[in-house]
Design a binder for this molecule. Structure first.
Ligand SMILES: Nc1ncnc2c1ncn2[C@@H]1O[C@H](COP(=O)(O)OP(=O)(O)OP(=O)(O)O)[C@@H](O)[C@H]1O
Ligand SMILES: [Mg+2]
Length: 234
């Protein structure tokens, strides 16, 4: 469904993503693993049409249509959503305002406010709280809920487990599995090896902007020593 081929992308003179190719099929969870500064966010932002970075060459194809040159808004209109690194919430907007700012609370096919609150009862309890008053876990839920409100077929998640307590990471893993069961595709960027292996079907390892390893998650779980070396995990 998503097809990235020989993608080069970077900032000014600096090429950060250097020839990445990857695929995400319908209903598949694909993890991109890599240490700090390896180009994970640059890759995600390039797919979403966010600038900077600037895409230099290669292709990004979604349902047989090129996404290159489209604005983020147009890409969202093609049902691709992003859960950005650091969540990017608005401190002064309430939970409900975050969820409805893109399409209003009107009932619609697909994701509604009530359905997001069903998935995250905690957000329902906090619906009148402002972004700045939420805990890390609640912020993570809100970022995922906001992405769902555009009725995505593909969600790009940039380190959703970052800064979360283990129990919240597990909760989020459960949510990701639920979404997969509903047929959504997820491109999951992670530094957290175990969290990625817990949910992913396939894994790509990114090192200085290049894919240095790819495998089925089940196979990788049997040989984590490869990943330890690649990711500098000990
Ligand atoms: N706006 C920017 N301008 C210039 N260079 C940037 C910019 N954003 C990132 N870079 C550089 O690009 C490289 C890759 O950054 P990127 O944010 O893609 O890494 P990452 O894998 O997402 O890291 P992390 O795990 O820390 O989020 C780094 O060397 C970084 O300094
Ligand atoms: Mg990043």
């Amino acid at each position: 469904m998503l097809e990235v081929r020989d993608l080069h992308s970077g900032y000014g003179e600096a090429l950060v993503v250097r020839g990445v190719s990857l695929d995400v099929a319908q209903g598949e969870i694909v993890a991109v693993l890599g240490r700090n500064g390896m180009g994970k966010t640059t890759l995600i932002r390039s797919i979403m049409g966010l600038t900077p970075p600037q895409v230099r060459s290669g292709s990004i194809t979604w349902r047989d249509e090129s996404l290159l040159g489209l604005r983020p808004h147009d890409i969202a209109g093609r049902r691709i959503a992003i859960v950005p690194q650091g969540r990017r919430l608005f401190p002064s907007l309430t939970v409900t305002e975050h969820l409805t700012m893109l399409k209003g609370a009107r009932a619609k096919d697909g994701w509604t406010l009530e359905r997001v609150f069903g998935l995250f009862p905690r957000l329902a309890e906090r619906r009148h709280h402002r972004g700045g008053q939420l805990s890390g876990g609640e912020r993570g839920m809100l970022a995922v809920g906001r992405a769902l409100m555009i009725d995505p077929e593909l969600i790009l998640m940039d380190e959703p487990s970052e800064g979360l307590a283990p129990v919240m990471v597990q909760h989020l893993e459960g949510i990701v599995r639920d979404l997969k069961r509903e047929g959504l595709s997820i491109l999951l960027v992670e530094q957290n090896l175990y969290s990625a292996l817990a949910v992913a079907d396939r894994v790509y390892v990114l090192e200085t902007g290049q894919v240095v390893h790819q495998a089925d998650a089940a196979a990788l779980a049997q040989q984590t020593d490869v990943l330890f070396v690649r990711l500098g995990v000990s």
